[in-house]
Design a protein. Structure first.
Length: 424
């Protein structure tokens, strides 16, 4: 196996390790402490940095870190700093208690999300800048696999540790594992990146606000598909909506049905994330065989099936056999969708604004996750779970319409670029 793919696999693990600690794992912690579904849904606002990381992504592209960038390179120096700050934030989160100080938990969880999101910006840029267009599907699949293994540790692993010790000990152990990622950053090579041509600010007519605007607008101006940007963003929003709702509300849903912490860890995390890994591999094969456009269409249809299975689970109640089918279908589809989604967005990005382009596009999917999670928590308190999951099913209709009616030319263009790169 190509050593570059192995690095992407390892970096995917590093990226996935802190992800659930501010999402479903935190949701179960809050649910166990007696928080309402509305409070749990609103608490997902702490993950907003994942949605708005495109705001500071240009800083990662433009700005070097004093002393470190000259020695370690731009990507590795930013990665090192974000990992150190992430580790400290996880340790601080471990000292919190929802029952005693919910605000303190919210602040530390937000810091974890900020530094984790910054780490993701750099890892995504690193993957795009070190992997050729020919291997973009394979790289996306292995990054997704690594990410799922990281989720397995922060999901099932954290739940096991919380059951044996306490939630505080679980988060402290996660912080210790985050320290180990620093070693990976020290040994990976710095990618060869294109030098950014900055706008000329020598004239006096360029005031501070104009300079700042140009700093963030330049990546959008040099985006190859900017004439179809609004259509791409609309597709991303609806394409990710169902997946994010099922991920964020599955913990309070299963807790409400009476599934224990260990049952949730065994089936929803251990079994589910294993199938996500398999789904990631299948997604990579689908891209190689069918192309990105047809693969994305198939995944949208499979997501609808997953939403219907959650509806059946809500009607069946505490049924472990149905749970295996529900979690299995959703997890397999989620793994496939993640791989195809990453490959699709990566094909739209170009140097030297790799981090800015990918983060801008991917953040809209994250923005959907936060907004929909907050709305879904409130809706779950107002209506039955089955109605909520039927809403998720209906939300997929716009994504299919956009994909087939609007974005087909963009997707075909992306695949054509890949084919031309292969021939070159």
């Amino acid at each position: 196996m190509d050593i570059r793919i192995v690095r992407i696999l390892a970096l995917g693990f590093v990226s996935g390790l802190p992800f659930l600690l501010t999402l479903s794992t935190l949701s179960y912690w809050l649910a166990e402490d007696g928080a309402t579904n509305t409070a749990i849904g609103l608490f997902m606002i702490v993950s907003l940095p994942y949605s708005f990381k495109f705001i500071w992504a240009p800083v990662v592209d433009y700005v070097g870190i004093p002393f470190l960038t000259k020695r370690w390179g731009k990507r590795r120096s930013w990665l090192l700093v974000s990992q150190v700050l992430l580790t400290f934030s996880l340790f601080a989160m471990g000292f919190c208690s929802p029952a005693e100080n919910l605000l303190q938990l919210g602040v530390t969880a937000t810091l974890v999300a900020v530094f984790s999101a910054t780490q993701d910006i750099i890892i995504d840029a690193y993957r795009i800048e070190t992997i050729s267009a020919k291997n973009c599907g394979t790289a996306a699949a292995f990054e997704t696999i690594g990410f799922r293994f990281g989720m397995l540790i922060s999901g099932a692993g954290a739940l096991y540790l919380a059951a044996i010790f306490s939630w505080q000990h679980a988060y402290h152990i996660m912080a210790f594992l985050s320290i180990l990622s620093l070693g990976l950053t020290c040994i990976i090579p710095e990618p060869i990146s294109t030098t950014i041509v900055k706008p000329d600010f020598s004239g006096r007519q360029h005031h501070f606000l104009k300079r700042l605007a140009s700093f963030f607008i330049l990546p959008i101006r040099q985006f190859a598909h900017k004439d179809k940007l609004w259509m791409i963003l609309a597709f991303i929003f609806f394409f990710k909506m169902t997946d994010t709702v099922l991920n964020s509300m599955s913990a309070p849903f299963l807790c409400d049905l009476g599934f224990s912490k260990l049952e949730f860890a065994n089936v929803s995390k251990l079994f589910g994330i294993t199938l996500m890994v398999i789904g990631g591999l299948i997604g990579g094969l689908m891209i190689q065989r069918l192309g990105i456009y047809q693969s994305a269409t198939m995944c949208a249809v499979l997501q609808a099936v997953s939403a219907l299975m959650f509806t059946i689970q809500s009607l069946s109640g505490h049924d472990s056999n149905i749970l295996m089918i529900t979690v299995g279908s959703e997890s397999l589809c989620s793994g496939m969708t993640s791989t195809i989604f990453i490959a699709l967005l990566s094909g739209l990005c170009t140097q030297p604004h790799t981090a800015s382009h990918f983060t801008l596009l991917y953040s809209f999917g994250s923005l959907c996750r936060v907004g929909t999670s907050a709305m879904a928590g409130w809706l779950a308190d107002q209506v039955s779970w089955s109605v909520l999951f039927l809403f998720c099913f209906a939300a997929l209709v716009p994504s299919v319409i956009l994909l087939n009616g609007i974005l087909s030319d963009t997707a075909d263009s992306s695949e054509s670029d890949v084919q031309q790169a292969n021939r070159a």
